[in-house]
Structures are given as structure tokens and as C-alpha cells.
Design a protein. Structure first.
Length: 157
């Protein structure tokens, strides 16, 4: 069950085992990078290369970091990614199609249609605009937008 509006954003502060040692966003990124790949080091100017960052689109990344660094909202993060939503995984597939537009990425996007009982042999844009049988009041992209909003609500409690 989602929280009521009054329950949202109660404290506004998330603590972790790193509280106090992380001063800048670069520090936080560095902790995440080193946790996911201990052999990585920052550039000579102290900044991290964006290519070294973890796979942020993978919800498992945030879950692992929350556990490793004992985020005070770890339970909410866990709940946010166990609601059964599919946008987190499937939206990346469509992103890859629109970024690369090749036969392989198109086939992967079309394969997603089956999960929503949509016709598989259509253009990925038509799939996104199609109405899933599980949610006849909205199109697929609208369903995913709703799932992402609900996930954000849980993450921001």
C-alpha cells in the first residue's frame, strides 16, 4: 500500500554509514563506483569518469548500495523495487532501441510486447502507444510513467 500524502517525505533526511564522510556529489559517486568496482580510481583532477559509474538503470545497484552503506530508508528502497513493476527493466530496452535503432534492439523491444499482450510485430513506438490488456485505461508508456512515479513516491518517503 502506498503512503498517504501526509506520510510522504516525513524526515527529508537519509542517513547512512557514510554520513559525514560524504561531503560532495563526487564523494558519493566515488563511494558507489568503488563499491561496485574496487579497481576504479578517480581521474587526476579527483573527479570520477561517468563511464566508471554503476549501472544506475539496474534497480539492483541502488538496492546493493543501500544495504552496503546502511541507508536509513533501505526498507523503502526495498519496497519500491518489489512492487512488481516492469518499467524499471523494460524501459531500458526501449531506450536502447531509440538510441541505436538496429534490428537487434528492435527485436528486443518487440519481444517485450508479449508481456503486455500487445501485438509483437509492430513498430516499438506503436507498442509504447498500445493499450496493455492488464491496464486498459492507459497506454504502455503511460503505465510505465505511473509505475515510475509510484516508485519515486516510495523512494522519497
Amino acid at each position: 500500500m502506498l503512503p498517504t500524502r501526509r506520510e510522504k517525505y516525513k524526515s527529508g533526511v537519509v542517513t547512512s554509514s557514510q554520513t559525514g564522510s560524504v561531503v560532495t556529489p563526487n564523494d558519493a559517486i566515488g563511494k558507489a563506483i568503488v563499491h561496485c568496482n574496487p579497481t576504479k580510481t578517480p581521474r587526476s583532477n579527483g573527479l570520477w569518469d561517468t563511464r566508471d559509474e554503476p549501472k544506475w538503470h539496474d534497480s539492483g545497484t541502488l538496492l546493493r548500495l543501500a544495504k552496503a552503506y546502511t541507508f536509513s530508508n533501505e526498507n523503502h528502497i526495498q519496497a519500491a523495487f518489489t512492487l512488481g513493476f516492469t518499467a524499471h527493466k523494460n524501459l531500458v530496452i526501449f531506450r536502447n532501441y531509440y538510441a541505436h535503432k538496429n534490428r537487434g534492439t528492435q527485436s528486443k523491444a518487440q519481444a517485450v510486447a508479449v508481456q503486455y499482450m500487445l501485438q509483437q510485430r509492430q513498430h516499438p513506438t506503436s507498442i509504447l502507444l498500445g493499450t496493455p490488456s492488464t491496464s486498459p485505461s492507459t497506454n504502455l508508456i503511460g503505465l510505465w510513467a505511473d509505475e515510475l512515479c509510484r516508485t519515486i513516491e516510495w523512494l522519497c518517503i
